[in-house]
Each structure stands twice: as structure tokens, then as C-alpha cells.
Design a protein around this ligand. Structure first.
Ligand SMILES: C[S@@+](CC[C@H](N)C(=O)[O-])C[C@H]1O[C@@H](n2cnc3c(N)ncnc32)[C@H](O)[C@@H]1O
Length: 209
């Protein structure tokens, strides 16, 4: 994506729902919202924006590291920003350690970059180093929900989540053939238009018992 002139201006003086880093999130007053949702790699923001609108009692935090893409999400959100939306322009690798233990109830990974070469697997958002952080910041009954079009990434991620002793709650290898009210992200819309199956899994940090 080519950098547009308005991007620098917007990010130099961002609106108040855009945080410089994740450190203030560690002091979140959880009592204000029924649950805290964190989407990592929000792209141009469709999922984060629409889910926050659908669930006004939940806090929705989006993180995106690509400044040009993040600027598009911020611009879109500005048109109808809601009090339950926060956005951070940062790499999750930098941002996640700033959360307090148990701060987040649901982590959403939508169409994360597949990083197909083996030597780049450590950059995948379902690599074990990321999962260790997710387990730390998730509440005990916290969830990780992942959607992807990429079978190889899905299989890899299922193994990683399982090896991290998370509990499998749900799995679908053709999620959009089922009835559901989940919001469709930008990448998801693209893959659905190509008739590609959408893979989805939900993993819980600890069992109910
Ligand atoms: C393939 S896009 C998907 C965007 C959106 N979630 C969707 O479903 O349409 C993946 C996005 O994740 C972002 N991303 C990848 N690794 C990240 C990281 N470590 N921290 C923050 N964002 C990341 C990329 O910059 C990219 O915008």
C-alpha cells in the first residue's frame, strides 16, 4: 500500500481512541465492561469497528503494526467512534508485554499473515512465543478465536495451541457454511468471494472445572 499524505498528519495528532502503546491498558477498569476483546492484526479495521458496534457492553481493542493500514482503520472508525473502542498502532510483540496478567477475555486472530517459510514461522501470531503471552494476559476462562483461509497455518496453529495445553472449544473447517452472526473481516470477504473455505477454532485457557 502506497503511503498517502494524510497518514502522517493523522498519526502525528491521532484522535483520543488511539493509544501510543498498550501500557495504559494494564490499568483498565474491567468493571466498566462485561468483557475485554483484543484483535491482533486488525488490518483496515472492519471487524474491530463492527464488533464494537454490535457489542456496546464489551471493550474492543484493535492492534495493527502497519501504519498505513492502521491509518485507514482509524479514519474509518472516526466516522462513528464509540466509547468501547480503542486502537493501538504497534507490533504485538512490543505491546503484549505491557498488558497486566488476566487483563483480556478474548483474543481474536483474523486472517493472520501465514509466513509460509519455515524460518519465518516464529513471526506467526500463533507461534509459541505469542501463545505464552496470550496465556499470561488472558483471564482464566479466556478464549483465543482464530479464523483463516490458510489450511497449513490452521493446522500449524491447532498443534501450537494444543501443545500449549489450551482446551479446544470449537473447530470448523467451513465456518461460513454454518449459520452464525460473526462479522466478516476485509480478508474474509475476499476469500469468501473466491469460494474458499474459512477455518475457525476457539481455544480456552482453562477448563470450566
Ligand atoms: C492478512 S492481514 C488481515 C487483516 C484483517 N485482520 C482481516 O482479516 O482482514 C494481517 C494483518 O496483521 C498485521 N500484523 C501481523 N503481525 C502483526 C503483529 N505482530 N502486530 C500487529 N499487527 C500485526 C499485518 O500488518 C496485517 O495488517
Amino acid at each position: 500500500m502506497r503511503k498517502k499524505p494524510w497518514v502522517d498528519a493523522l498519526l502525528e495528532h491521532p484522535p483520543s481512541f488511539v493509544l501510543k502503546d498498550c501500557s495504559p491498558l494494564a490499568q483498565l477498569t474491567r468493571s466498566t465492561y462485561s468483557s475485554v476483546h483484543l484483535e491482533i492484526g486488525s488490518g483496515k479495521g472492519d471487524y474491530w469497528i463492527q464488533m464494537a458496534a454490535k457489542h456496546p457492553n464489551e471493550l474492543w481493542i484493535g492492534i495493527e503494526k502497519d501504519v498505513k493500514v492502521a491509518a485507514v482503520a482509524i479514519k474509518k472508525a472516526q466516522e462513528a467512534i464509540l466509547p468501547n473502542q480503542l486502537f493501538v498502532v504497534s507490533d504485538a510483540q512490543v505491546c503484549l508485554p505491557q498488558f497486566a496478567n488476566g487483563d483480556v477475555d478474548v483474543i481474536h486472530l483474523n486472517f493472520s499473515d501465514p509466513w509460509p517459510k519455515k524460518r519465518t514461522h516464529k513471526r506467526r501470531l500463533s507461534a509459541s512465543t505469542f501463545i505464552d503471552q496470550y496465556k499470561r494476559i488472558l483471564s482464566d476462562q479466556g478464549l483465543i478465536i482464530m479464523k483463516t483461509d490458510n489450511k497449513e497455518l490452521f493446522e500449524y496453529s491447532m498443534v501450537q495451541f494444543s501443545q500449549a495445553s489450551l482446551i479446544l472449544e470449537e473447530m470448523s473447517v467451513d465456518f461460513r457454511r454454518e449459520e452464525n452472526d460473526d462479522v466478516i473481516s476485509e480478508y474474509e470477504a475476499r476469500f469468501m468471494s473466491l469460494n474458499q473455505p474459512i477455518y475457525r477454532c476457539i481455544w480456552r485457557k482453562k477448563s470450566h472445572g
